[in-house]
Ligand binder design. Structure first.
Ligand code: SAM
Ligand code: SF4
Length: 371
């Protein structure tokens, strides 16, 4: 029987029983759900699976926006190389180490270091030295520093990074080509994801949801792509136009509310398809609705990434319009998150790294050591 002819309850029950059980048509069916009762059923099934696979509680990573200097010109991104309106910065090593120490003091046992993409020996060495300096803090460290050579990934892994997030942005190479200059290669991005797996990282990827020209079938294929790559972590969120970018000049086909809802449905469908991976409720959800992150958790996400970057830099790391929490200190963000999560019966998992269960299961199965 085709996906559309099967009742939603039957599809949800089958998805919850077995990972990777749904066809692309059935994933598209979940993403097309609109009726309030069906949406409730979708989110409830995904949240129940989050509780079953990851338990109660939300893993937390302090996010360091290490710099906005980028060699690339992605057509959607506010810090793209050609945006002359951006005042460029790069945190000093001491500032990154101080942010890591603050995260540790808050009880955040994991850190994400993210920045524009720079490929150079000096940058590789800079990150390597920071990783070596923060190693005594014993934090789980995710890097999100774009495409690099396998050798660079291996050096950062050896210096202490344990996870890497590299969004594929879209699994459709034709759509990818419309969102990037010709110098960017979808194939290289996929190859980087394979290189990250080979070098022993917990590997994360993700897409933007609601991009101009993107279809629900594209998004269903994105979820299948996650499964085929056997990734450990997902970081995805709604696309939000930035006025100073080429794509920001194109009126989005979907409203803010529709892109938010699509982002939430993607979280739910991904949880139902992959089961035990870590899924982040991205900041972009919060940019579209004040309670966007909590709604992400109720749709099946189990990771949050409050910003621990010094406030004076935050305005210069604007990937999209309406970036939230520009003026809050890291301490205020933590208090706000605690309150917001307790309002939905959840809480942050302090002093726990929150490694991907999927990664641990794979490594135990193959008898490899854990990171
Ligand atoms: N430069 C690295 C890279 O591209 O992988 C890491 C940092 S980059 C700013 C992190 C993510 O921001 C990108 O993967 C992209 O999905 C997201 N992003 C950029 N512009 C966005 C926009 N306008 N709306 C939503 N997300 C955006
Ligand atoms: Fe640079 Fe990443 Fe933005 Fe692309 S998405 S322009 S690589 S920071």
């Amino acid at each position: 029987m085709s996906g559309s002819a099967t009742s939603l309850d039957v599809v949800l029950a089958r998805a919850a029983r077995t990972p990777l059980a749904l066809s692309e048509d059935e994933l598209a069916r979940l993403l097309n759900v609109e009726a309030p009762q069906e949406l409730d059923a979708l989110f409830a099934a995904a949240y129940a699976l989050k509780l079953k696979c990851c338990g109660k509680g939300v893993a937390v990573r302090g996010l360091v926006e290490a710099g906005n200097i980028c060699a690339k010109d992605c057509l959607y991104c506010g810090i793209r190389r050609s945006n002359a309106a951006v005042s460029r910065y790069s945190l000093a090593a001491d500032e990154i180490v101080a942010a890591a120490e603050e995260a540790k003091a808050f009880g955040y046992a994991s850190l994400v270091i993210q920045s524009g993409e720079i490929e150079s020996e000096a940058h590789t060495r800079f990150i390597e030295e920071i990783l070596q300096r923060i190693a005594p803090l014993d934090l789980g460290v995710t890097l999100s520093l774009g495409e690099q050579t396998e050798e660079t990934y291996a050096r950062w892994r050896a210096a202490g990074a344990t996870r890497y997030l590299l969004r594929i942005e879209t699994s459709n190479p034709n759509l990818y080509a419309r969102l990037h200059p010709a110098s960017c290669s979808w194939e290289r991005r996929v190859e980087c994801l394979h290189a990250l797996r080979r070098t022993g990282y917990q590997v994360g990827t993700g897409v933007m949801c609601g991009l101009p020209g993107q279809t629900v079938d594209d998004l269903a294929a994105d979820i299948r792509f996650y499964g085929e790559l056997d990734v450990d972590m997902i970081g995805m969120g709604p696309y939000i136009p930035h006025p100073d970018t080429p794509l920001g000049q194109v009126a989005p086909a979907l409203s803010d509310e529709a892109r938010l809802l699509l982002g939430l449905k993607m979280i739910a469908a991904t949880r139902l398809y992959l089961h035990d991976v870590n899924i982040a409720a991205a900041t972009a959800l919060q940019a579209l609705a004040h309670d966007g992150r909590e709604r992400g958790v109720k749709a099946g996400a189990n990771v949050l990434m409050p910003n621990v970057t010094d406030r004076k830099y935050r305005r210069n790391y604007r990937l999209y319009a309406n970036k939230p929490c520009l003026d809050e200190t890291a301490a205020l963000c933590r208090g706000c998150l605690d309150r917001r999560l307790s309002a939905i019966g959840e809480h942050l998992l302090y002093n726990q790294r929150g490694d991907s269960l999927h990664y641990r299961v794979r490594h135990c199965r193959f008898g490899q050591g854990l990171v």
